[in-house]
Design a protein around this ligand. Structure first.
Ligand SMILES: [Cu+2]
Length: 125
């Protein structure tokens, strides 16, 4: 009779522990899902061009769908990105699916004496 009681207590304890463990696993899964959801969401890169510069030397984006938005603050410029189909003539947007890496952004329109210096780097993580 005493042995049966001890066995029952062990069983009850095991159930409680299993239930707690299960809950923790659920919480972890939910957190992981929301993280991967954020990574999968499209990222945007805003580039402002002037005579003759881009507003940043380095732009960063998350791997996946990356949308580039170009604004011409001064002069008329465009963007091309090496190794991608991205091509914006004047103001506008373009979206490309990019893998992690470094890409060279450069002005695609002969815009004057500083044209050759209009370069920036897009870092995709
Ligand atoms: Cu140019």
């Amino acid at each position: 009779m005493k042995n049966k009681w001890i066995a029952f207590m062990f069983l009850a304890l095991a159930l409680v522990l299993a239930a707690c463990g299960g809950n923790n696993d659920d919480v972890t899964e939910i957190e992981n899902n929301s993280d991967s959801g954020e990574n999968a969401s499209a990222s945007e890169v805003n580039v402002t061009a002037t005579n003759w510069d881009f507003d940043q030397e380095t732009y960063t984006a998350s791997a996946g769908d990356v949308t580039i938005n170009l604004t011409n603050e001064d002069g008329h410029h465009g963007i091309m990105i090496d190794g991608t189909d991205v091509e914006i003539d004047g103001e506008g947007s373009a979206t490309a699916t990019l893998e992690a890496g470094e890409y060279r952004i450069y002005c695609s329109i002969p815009c004057g004496e500083g044209h050759d210096e209009m370069e920036a780097t897009l870092v995709v993580e």
